[in-house]
Design a protein around this ligand. Structure first.
Ligand SMILES: Cc1ncc(COP(=O)(O)O)c(C=O)c1O
Length: 475
């Protein structure tokens, strides 16, 4: 047994060494993996192992087989989806969370994890300019954060009309109207689905050219019917980066008795910078907020925060009670009262470490640098003939379209995205915006500098020139 332990310690050291070497070389890593999903299936395929394995060999094999299929999403010129850089300090804290093997579900089983969650929750509220009395649940990401917040909203809106949804469920419950912007993120509809609202049973509110809810349309819709309502707003539209005009909308919603939830997966972090806080003006007036740690806070995956002003509604919707669980002890925060799971990862360690790493000024600098880089890239690329910036750059996300005479703009745009990915100097993805294909750029990584932006601008122009110089294939 002692010999086995020695092999396991060696495997841990080997994994740490490999991880450090990998991150040391990330700046020059190709942003498109050499192997496909099919290659990876073939690399890992095989029958169930019949006998125990050797720890060092297992980790060695894992590294060898996985490496060709690892996407360098922590690289400085990675602009796909909305992905943070998994900062090494956060990764190190997360290693410890795993090594300590803490089950973050209760404060007796995990005192340090429970306490650090309580402390980091206060820091998050302070940094994001949200009410100090709000509760924070540590979840996997914004999808689950939105779901948790909407569960709290459902509980409270039904309680106000005399219905106990936790006890009596949704069959026979008074209907709740859901108001949502036409450019909301797809994952919010998953929350609606899980909660029995139905992803389609919503009142869709018209948005402007940036995807922001139009206040007059919202006002008309929210006043149209009596009864309980939940309005789902957004800080940071996935394609444009724009936020809803909270300062105008939230008071209208409250006046009509609606709960306001904000999906702020990345955009809520504009609150951490005095230069960009204007983008999210009035967001603190809302009732709940979902956001991510693994995007702008750069924690490793996975990490998100479900934040609810009415902590009692939050706990009513989520708390688990059982005779063998300590639950909350007086004023102490019960870590499982604000999340759907009981046993879970201790995400407080990584959150605390990343806030300690950057501090208030570092987080503000990061948001400002990423937004500055996005603006520089978008505006520089738009100077090139044939490249259009679809909307002004207001935060860290922007879109481009590519056009040449006699060529289909959608097809051309998709081809340029493919060419950029094939050249592998930078990774950028595509998206559909208002029925049209765009190249969608997200600047969300702490690793990205203005020099990376210059290299990427050159790579996009190069790809564009290659694609536009190619004659159109005959139909
Ligand atoms: C606006 C918005 N909401 C929700 C999500 C889902 O977040 P997650 O993938 O962390 O669950 C995203 C992801 O990019 C997003 O941009």
């Amino acid at each position: 047994m002692a010999g086995d332990d020695q092999r396991a310690w060696a495997a841990m050291a080997q994994a740490a060494r490999h991880a450090i070497d990998y991150r040391r070389g990330i700046a020059t890593a190709e942003t498109t993996p050499a192997a496909s999903y099919a290659d990876m299936l073939a690399a890992f395929a095989g029958p169930v192992p019949e006998n125990p394995g050797d720890p060092e060999r297992i980790i060695g094999e894992l590294v060898e087989r996985a490496t060709p299929g690892i996407r360098a999403s922590t690289a400085p010129r990675f602009f796909g989806w909305v992905i943070g850089s998994s900062h090494p300090t956060g990764v190190a804290a997360d290693w410890l969370a795993s090594a300590w093997g803490q089950n973050a579900g209760n404060l007796v089983a995990a005192p340090a994890s429970s306490a650090i969650e309580a402390v980091a929750a206060g820091w998050l509220l302070d940094l994001l300019g949200l009410p100090a009395e709000a509760s924070v649940g540590y979840v996997t990401g914004a999808t689950v954060a939105n779901f948790v917040c909407l569960a709290a909203a459902r509980s409270e809106m039904l309680r106000r009309v005399g219905w106990d949804v936790e006890a009596d469920g949704m069959f026979g419950a008074p209907p709740i109207e859901i108001l949502i912007g036409a450019d909301a993120h797809a994952t919010v509809f998953s929350g609606l689905k899980y909660l029995g609202f139905g992803a389609k049973r919503v009142t869709t509110i018209e948005t402007d050219a940036m995807g922001r809810i139009i206040p007059a349309s919202f006002e008309q819709a929210v006043r149209a019917n009596a009864g309980p309502k939940i309005a789902i707003l957004q800080a940071g539209q996935i394609n444009t980066g724009a936020s809803d005009p909270f300062e105008e909308i939230v008071p209208i919603a409250h006046d009509a008795g609606a709960w306001c939830h904000v999906d702020g997966a990345f955009g809520l972090w504009a609150q951490a910078s005095t230069a960009y806080r204007d983008q999210t003006r009035g967001v603190a007036l809302a009732d709940s907020w979902g956001t991510d740690g693994h995007k702008w806070l750069q924690t490793p995956y996975d990490c998100g925060f479900a934040i609810v002003r009415d902590a009692e509604a939050h706990a009513r919707a989520m708390a688990i009670s059982a005779s063998y669980l300590p639950g909350s002890q007086g004023a102490e925060r019960d870590p499982s009262a604000y999340v759907p799971e009981l046993s879970r990862r201790a995400r407080g360690f990584g959150t605390w470490a990343m806030i300690r790493q950057y501090g208030r000024s570092g987080i503000a600098e990061l948001v400002e640098r990423n937004c500055g880089v996005a603006r520089f890239m978008g505006e520089t690329l738009a100077l090139e003939p044939g490249i259009d910036l679809v909307c002004p750059v207001v935060l860290n996300q922007f879109m481009l379209r590519f056009h040449a005479e006699g060529r289909d703009v959608d097809a051309l745009t998709k081809k340029v995205v493919e060419q950029v990915q094939a050249d592998a100097v930078a990774f950028i993805g595509s998206s559909l915006w208002r029925g049209q294909w765009v190249m969608r750029v997200s600047v969300s990584s702490a690793a990205t500098t203005f020099s990376d932006a210059e290299v990427t601008v050159a790579a996009v122009i190069n790809a564009w020139r290659k694609v536009s110089a190619n004659p159109v294939a005959p139909a």
